[in-house]
Design a protein around this ligand. Sequence first.
Ligand code: UDP
Ligand code: MG
Length: 336
Amino acid sequence: MVIPVYNEEAGLDALVERVTAAAQAIFGNRYELILVNDGSKDSSWAGICAHAERDPRIVAINLSRNHGHQLALTAGLNHVRGELIFVLDADLQDPPELLGPMLEQVRAGYDVVYGQRIKRHGETAFKRGTASLFYRMLASLVDTHIPRDTGDFRLMTRRVVDQLNAMPERYRFIRGLVSYIGFNQTAFPYERDPRFAGETNYPLRKMMALAVDAITSFSVAPLRFASHLGMLFGLAGLTSLVGIVWVWMRGGTVEGWASLAALILIMGSVQLLVLGVFGEYLGRMYMEAKQRPLAIVAEIRRHPVAANAEPEIAVPDIAVVAATDPEPREDIRVAG
Ligand code: UDP
Ligand code: MG
């Protein structure tokens, strides 16, 4: 299990308690819970360490600073072992108790069982509205089918996580990458609970950034937008030219300054807009080309018992095809 944690001190104990109860009921001691501290500013890391000291099944990973949700999750996925990987948020919005029913689906032959929200409790109408608008826009731009109203709450088999770990890109929209990977995937409808404690770490700014990441990682349609705009404006220009010639043939002239000024402003802004879209892609190419590590891990803490002996990790009775040994990726750098 992998859970990214950022400033979640208020709900951490409840989280560990519920997740542990849910996993223990199914796997006994044969599982591990990875808590990735994403540079929290509160006492989350101390809390995670305390849990890891008490429970050999808990692994505490500390990132060197705040890397953001998707990269924190990536770091966790890179370290998790076992044949089945369960991902959830730290705020208990995704009920850990659904592990059992989701596991049923995996046993039925699915590689990815993703939670799909049919109801969101305790989220503002604004958040629900923007989220729904975003998923609709994404669907219209992107060829990969990325299911609506899903988050990163999902149960995946090892072969899916291995594929995910093999993807080098740093602008990671993990739910999209998982859709891209394929195999057998199914939705698991659930009602999203309100946050147990604390506040959302996804303000509008981060949501916008995630939306732009999602669109640019899966589509080049916005680049085509430039040629479409060009054709549209060319057509508008031709039409007005015909109008001007018509007026001129009847001996008149078209009055000028205001319309010219408006045209110059419109043309200028359209060109800058298109340049901006180009820049968005170019900047991403530049950042990817640097090949910097995706995330930097400062420290990994395991219980002494778990650190000495490789813990047995649950291999439930499912057919896992072509599961390879996870090679640790090179771009998650472990310091020290
Ligand atoms: N998170 C993180 N790094 C960040 C922001 C968030 O690891 O920079 C974690 C956070 O602790 C939680 C998950 O990502 O486990 C989802 O965040 P949140 O609940 O704030 O988002 P929301 O559910 O409101 O979209
Ligand atoms: Mg949340």
